[in-house]
Design a protein around this ligand. Structure first.
Ligand code: NAP
Length: 244
């Protein structure tokens, strides 16, 4: 039986590349995003199912995980990838900017992990991968996002300790600069032309290029693979260098 994976925020960007990669590696994949319609093109492409849910909503998460278990079997791979940014300097950051970002990243990862862990424990096997970021180390204008992404690392290490005895590993990937709609929105917000922004960012990266979604999907594929069963509680910076 193929392993069943849920990838959140998988309609585009890093999540879509990850869903495609896990399907290519032989998994049955649930492509989860805010709406089923958003998730459908990727799901149709890879022979998976499209699931609409807001990861920060307890009831929607419960319904989504139940549907995946019903239609594909017990989900034993979870990639907590869904994300948003609401960048602003601290004095301009609103309560909503803070709550939205912490809600999607941290509360979302918590709700999804809690909802799937029973399936993983039942199968005595599981893999959780959480998307952190080099911003966890601090990034101007991202107090909310940096706090969420640093929080993902503590969350990861704690789940690794709690779930290890059930055959479940939990790891985090901290990407540096990856070319996606999220970083396109950042370039637009600060008024920079995309090509110029990519060139500027790439110039500061030791491997001298921007990251692509597949760079992250490759790292996810390692963590969720059968061979990575003794790797848990780790944070892998995938940033083309030590700082991204
Ligand atoms: P992206 O292109 O903006 O894709 C994120 C996806 O998550 C979108 O499809 C989005 O849907 C979905 N989403 C947002 N809120 C959601 C919610 N509440 N429930 C379910 N889905 C939701 O972002 P990305 O660049 O691929 O980033 C993916 C992950 O990597 C994020 O966690 C991000 O923080 C992290 N990361 C990215 C970079 C980078 O350079 N790109 C660097 C470090 C870390 P909508 O389109 O409807 O909003």
């Amino acid at each position: 039986m193929a392993r069943v994976a849920i990838v959140t925020g998988a309609a585009r960007g890093i999540g879509a590349a990850t869903a495609r990669r896990l399907a290519a590696d032989g998994m049955s994949v649930a492509v989860l995003d805010l709406t089923e319609a958003d998730a459908k093109p990727v799901a149709d492409d890879i022979g998976g199912i499209a699931v609409g849910a807001d990861v920060s909503d307890t009831d929607q998460v419960a319904a989504a995980v139940a549907r995946v278990a019903d239609e594909l079997g017990p989900p034993t791979v979870l990639v907590n990838n869904a994300g948003v940014t609401r960048d602003n300097l601290l004095f301009k950051m609103t309560d909503t900017d803070w709550d939205t970002v912490l809600g999607v990243h941290l509360r979302g990862a918590f709700l999804m992990s809690r909802a799937v862990q029973g399936h993983m424990v039942g199968e005595k096997w599981g893999r959780i991968v959480n998307l952190s970021s080099t911003s966890a180390l601090g990034n101007r204008g991202q107090a909310n996002y940096a706090a969420a992404k640093a929080g993902m690392q503590g969350f990861t290490k704690t789940l690794a300790i709690e779930l290890g005895r059930f055959g479940v590993t939990v790891n985090a990937i901290a990407p540096g600069f990856i070319a996606t709609d999220m970083t396109k929105a950042t370039a637009a917000r600060i008024g920079e032309d995309w090509d110029g922004y990519v060139a500027k960012r790439a110039a500061a990266i030791p491997v001298a290029r921007a990251g692509e979604p597949d760079d992250i999907a490759n790292a996810v594929a390692f963590f969720v693979g059968e061979a990575a069963g003794f790797v848990s509680g780790q944070v892998l910076y995938v940033a083309g260098g030590p700082k991204g």
